[in-house]
Write a protein that binds this ligand. Structure first.
Ligand code: TIU
Length: 228
């Protein structure tokens, strides 16, 4: 395939993708997870741990747009009446200000509220796809798989937050559906650096049991190399 790009530096072994059948999936780059006063903060996390992710995602998005990859942005947010929020999710953690309650960024994890919006560096363009999801996985209770199949997508590049929660869950869902998945290591983050590291190790272990991992520079270098 002449348009195939080989990322030789990917772990656990080289990853090959064709831009026409590859989508970038940017998971939940929302104020609710990255800023003070959002859901992540209410859960007791240090949102400063994610500060490096937004500028890296901006670089990844710029690269993917140049390559004309299909781009999907997911958004973890519930309907205003919380009809798609399981009571178990709302109750979890016993938060004083939890899902659906009014917080500094509006109602926590609710669609249309300031907190559910994307951070500026990772904001979708009008032509890009936004998938609102009620769960941690991007495939659960969404039409993402249908959209990807309709578009002939076979390969997925994953980025966003948080590595071991929504990114890893979505990547596992995609892997079970037969998509060839790679996580862009420096374009994802966790409130717990050790969880990020170990989540990526779990993905690439056992011959890539969930998929591949590579930094953005390795993808960009591969795409710039002459076609093999
Ligand atoms: N809490 C946490 O690490 N993550 C989430 O609740 N959602 C996402 O990862 N997007």
């Amino acid at each position: 395939m002449s348009s195939c790009i080989e990322v030789a530096a990917a772990r656990p072994y080289p990853y090959r993708f064709a831009p026409a059948s590859t989508a970038l999936v940017v998971i939940d780059m929302q104020r609710d997870f990255l800023e003070r006063g959002g859901f992540g903060d209410m859960l007791g996390n240090d949102v400063g741990q994610l500060a490096a992710v937004a500028p890296r995602c901006a670089q990844l998005l710029a690269w993917a747009r140049r390559l004309e990859l299909r781009i999907i942005h997911t958004q973890e947010a519930h309907a205003k009446d919380l009809a798609d929020c399981p009571p178990s999710k709302r109750a979890r953690g016993g938060l004083a200000t939890g899902i659906g309650d009014a917080g500094p960024l509006g109602r926590i994890l609710v669609e249309g509220e300031p907190g559910s919006d994307f951070v500026a560096e990772a904001a979708p363009l009008a032509r890009e796809t936004v998938i609102r999801k009620p769960g941690k996985g991007a495939f659960y209770a969404t039409n993402l798989e249908h959209q990807l199949r309709c578009a002939g997508i076979t390969h997925l590049l994953f980025a966003g937050v948080t590595t071991e929660v929504c990114v890893q869950t979505s990547m596992r869902e995609a892997n079970d559906r037969g998509f060839e998945c790679l996580i862009v290591e420096d374009c994802t983050g966790s409130y717990f650096p050790q969880f990020k590291r170990v989540a990526i190790e779990m993905i690439v272990a056992q011959g890539g049991i969930v998929g591949w991992a590579a930094p953005l520079d390795a993808l960009a270098a591969a795409a710039a190399a002459p076609a093999g």
